[in-house]
Ligand binder design. Structure first.
Ligand code: G3P
Length: 231
């Protein structure tokens, strides 16, 4: 299905926005807008924050009500499960993030079976997304921007996963990741992603339009000329 075709109806009434960052100040500022439904982190974002993973994740979980993804770093299922269990103890809104490997899928099945939210990450194909859904993933994270980086179409992948999940009524939510532009976000919405995660700088740009700024400047000038006050 192309991005210009009508997306099938999805269960949630609106698309959710997650902030893709481990920067506490940025998350706090965005949370105040009421527009942030969750947070995603990964080892690179933890490195960038310069913070301890357990501490910073705890602080993030206290700032937002929605799911906060924290990623395991082991490559073997049993170790992923142990790390996931430890991360899950941080707060009730933790989503354990595991990579899309056979070990990650095994860990996903066990961890979701124990009642945890699991986000299967580093998804680059429809078949990988199909496996994640079969493993009971709460979220699948296809990386839109990194596919675009190698001249493939990340949005087409989101559309394909939407179709496959709807064909079989999979409940796994499509969490479009590696969104780098505001167009990525609207394109993800057009093809029916459940959630998009993007850096705060990209999320902030969503409200910006030069005609909004221009129109507002005109309204302010004209209002001044009326000599009136509302308050
Ligand atoms: O959530 C995954 C996302 O952070 C990857 O984004 O821009 O590093 O491809 P990027």
């Amino acid at each position: 299905m192309g991005r210009n075709q009508k997306a099938p109806k999805i269960e949630s009434k609106f698309m959710k926005f997650f902030a893709d960052t481990a920067e506490i100040d940025e998350i706090a500022a965005l949370a105040e807008t009421g527009m942030v439904d969750g947070v995603t982190t990964n080892p690179s974002l933890i490195l960038k924050s310069g913070r301890d993973i357990l501490e910073v994740t705890r602080e993030i979980c206290a700032l937002v009500d929605g799911p906060v993804s924290a990623e395991v770093v082991s490559l073997v299922a049993d170790d992923m499960i142990a790390e996931g269990r430890k991360l899950a103890k941080i707060a009730e809104n933790i989503a354990i993030k595991v990579p899309l490997t056979w070990d990650g899928l095994k860990a996903c099945k066990v961890l979701t079976g124990e009642g945890n939210m699991v986000n299967v990450t580093l998804c680059f194909s429809a078949n990988q997304a199909l496996l994640a859904a079969k493993a009971g993933a709460t979220f699948i994270s296809p990386f839109v921007g990194r596919l675009d980086d190698i001249n493939l179409d990340g949005i087409d992948l989101i559309a394909d996963i939407r179709t496959i999940y709807d064909n079989y009524d999979f409940e796994t939510q499509i969490l479009a990741a590696s969104a780098r532009t505001v167009n990525h976000i609207s394109d993800c919405a057009l093809v029916g992603a459940d959630i998009v995660t993007a850096p705060p700088a990209v999320l902030r740009k969503l409200a910006a339009h030069p005609l909004t700024d221009k129109g507002l400047a005109t309204f302010m000038e004209d209002w001044k000329k009326t000599g009136q006050k509302i308050l």
